[in-house]
Design a protein around this ligand. Structure first.
Ligand code: AGP
Length: 613
């Protein structure tokens, strides 16, 4: 959701900026633009549409400037258009700004500036920012000797909402200024050149040394120096972080799409998630988590809060935590949790799951729990992401960068990590027998090989996708843990194939949804729990009788069933069976989307990380 790139160095900025924007395309956007300092002026090139279109804009190939900022916009205020694309400039064209986030009080600020004689070219909230900087540059009290920095600080003091901002000015041709609040921004440090981006993969091919900017922290970036300032513009030092991901892991590696690559990476991403967190015969251990028995014994309730796929992982985690730790767990959607005054206190542990670690609702929900005295634990895939910096404890999935908008490997790693966490808590609390935990450990260790088996034969799923890709509606049914996978399968399908789908607990069918079943409607049944399989078969028979086309994902031998397709997956512990049963569903959505000729990795209207409410 909106992407930012910046460059301050000796090389031509334009190709670096455009290359960075290409790497951020997965975040979702509808317009793109760059601004480069050139012959004492700012030159802006922007338009709606794809980043690649920028290359054909007149004069872009002759830009020589070595300092620039760039942006992909995901429309919030004002439709996608050239005028609404970033960068935006102030009326004097002395300050160019790109912005990620939402300025909630922009109407009020616009009014203020219009009264001072400023005019506006766009409908965006962002355009107030360069004009405010201009206003304070000429009228403000300069609390720092750097007048440019003082003006940026004064302007951001007026902003309510979220922002990651880059500013350049031809009056200061050797630097860029950046600041952020509730929106991600990283700075990459290299020899004689520095990079700015919304996230690490955009600039990973240039450096592995990063600074993760904190909320309300400013950075003044030169080609050979970076100065950091707090919200009072007092300068401070900041440690540089070395990131282990390599640029190759952000490429497609011969796969047609990132999503397919990420589906196939799951055996390995699960191995990475397990890492050294447990071995057979030894208790689980988390290098990054120190939770005492005393504290855990006081916990009488756990909340798991997240959005979308991460929330679906939480639903699986709930089953493992309750079964192994005997603590009641409530799973909540972050955007609901944050506004409904949940009953939490210092005896509640709140777990937040976020692949990106930047989801605005999840971060806000975490802050709420903290303010009510609960301890917070973040599960994220991105080291140093905003959520991990807010939480009391943070643990990482180590799934590697996930680029496709539709989450796949992050989900399976989140479920694995939640299961290990549940075992770890159960060992501390002594709440189940060591044998039970030992069995689960062995089942988790077997998961990568079992996923490899599923991935070896995708032909059946491809064939089924060919038969059903023109459908308008699909249903996903399951009982118990399979119901959570039904939800995830249905979400995947909606996201990338634009087919309307619903997920139901199979037993709910008769209470309404069965009215929608008619000839040729596709119903997908997930049946991995032997204790519930007979009941699920009955539910599927009911839809077959009404003419539905059925696909069943199961690890059971099904008696006398009349399903159109059956995908058999290896058996495992029911607590972790979603890690296997989700794989055919991920593949099904993928192949349906391909059959429809859609952009699998960048589905319409969606963003990889939803950094605004
Ligand atoms: C998953 O396929 C979706 N793109 C989406 O539901 C996602 O899981 C959700 O936005 C949460 O993202 P996060 O894990 O980065 O917080």
């Amino acid at each position: 959701m909106c992407g930012i790139v910046g460059y301050v160095g000796n090389k031509k900025a334009t190709p670096i900026l455009i290359n960075g924007l290409v790497c951020l395309e997965y975040r979702g956007y509808d317009s793109a633009g760059i601004a480069v300092l050139e012959n004492n002026k700012v030159v802006v090139k922007k338009d709606k549409g794809r980043v690649n279109n920028l290359n054909s804009l007149e004069g872009i190939d002759t830009l020589e400037g070595t300092i620039g900022i760039a942006h992909t916009r995901w429309a919030t205020h004002g439709k996608p258009s050239k005028e609404n694309s970033h960068p935006h400039m102030d009326n004097s064209e002395n300050f160019a700004v790109v912005h990620n986030g939402i300025i909630e009080n922009y109407n009020e600020l616009r009014q203020f500036l219009m009264e001072k004689g400023y005019t506006f070219l766009s409908q965006t909230d962002t355009e107030v920012i360069p004009n405010l900087i201009h206003y304070y540059f000429h009228n403000g009290v300069h609390i720092h000797e750097d007048k440019f920095l003082s003006a940026v600080k004064a302007a951001t003091d007026d902003l309510k909402g979220s922002y990651a901002i880059e500013v350049i000015s031809p009056m200061f041709p050797d630097k860029a200024i950046v600041v952020r609040k509730d929106s991600p921004l990283v700075i990459g440090k290299a020899e004689g050149e520095n990079f700015i981006a919304s996230d690490i993969p955009a600039i990973l091919s240039y450096t592995k040394n990063f600074y993760l900017l904190d909320d309300k922290e400013f950075a003044v970036i030169y080609k050979d120096a970076i100065h950091f300032f707090d919200d009072s513009l007092i300068e401070h030092n900041k440690p540089v972080k070395n990131i282990e991901w390599d640029a190759a892991s952000v490429g497609k590696d011969g796969f047609e799409d990132f999503m397919l690559k990420e589906i196939f990476e799951q055996p390995n991403s699960i191995r990475e998630t397990i890492g050294s967190r447990f071995r057979l015969g030894e208790p689980c251990s988390f290098d990054d988590l120190e939770i005492s028995k005393e504290y855990l014994s006081t916990i009488n309730k756990i909340y798991i809060v997240a959005c979308g796929t991460a929330m679906h992982a939480g639903l699986v985690g709930k089953i493992a935590l309750e079964k192994l730790c005997k603590i009641p767990v409530t799973v909540d959607i972050a955007s609901e949790f944050r506004y409904r005054d949940p009953l939490i206190d210092n005896k509640t542990l709140c777990i937040y799951i976020s692949q990106s670690g930047e989801t605005a609702d999840t971060i806000a929900a975490l802050k709420l729990a903290k303010s009510k005295g609960a301890k917070t634990l973040a599960i994220s895939n991105v080291i140093g992401s905003s959520i991990t910096r807010e939480a009391d404890y943070s643990i990482y999935t180590h799934a590697g960068p996930e680029i496709a908008v539709a989450s796949t490997k992050a989900y399976t790693s989140q479920v694995v990590l939640l299961s290990i966490l549940a075992m770890h808590f159960a060992e501390i609390l002594n709440s189940v027998t060591p044998e039970e935990i030992e069995k689960l450990k062995s089942d988790i260790l077997d998961l990568p090989t079992k996923i490899e088996t599923i991935l070896e034969n995708t032909a059946e799923i491809e064939e089924f996708a060919k038969k059903v890709y023109t459908q308008k509606d699909m249903f996903f049914l399951g009982r118990g843990v399979d119901q959570t996978v039904a939800l995830e399968g249905s979400l995947k399908l909606k996201e990338i194939s634009y087919i309307h789908s619903e997920a139901y607990a199979a037993g709910e069918l008769k209470h309404g949804p069965i009215a929608l079943i008619e000839n040729d409607v596709t119903v997908i049944g997930i049946m991995t729990d032997s204790s519930l399989v007979e009941k699920s078969i009955s539910n599927l028979q009911e839809v077959i009788t009404r003419g539905a086309k059925t696909l069943v994902v199961t690890n059971q031998v099904l008696p006398n069933a009349h399903f159109d397709f059956v995908v058999t997956i290896p058996e495992t512990n029911p607590l972790i069976s979603p890690i296997l049963s989700v794989v055919p569903l991920q593949l099904l959505s993928y192949y349906i989307s391909k059959n429809k000729g859609l952009d699998v990795d960048k589905p319409r209207n969606l963003a990889k990380s939803v950094t605004v409410e």
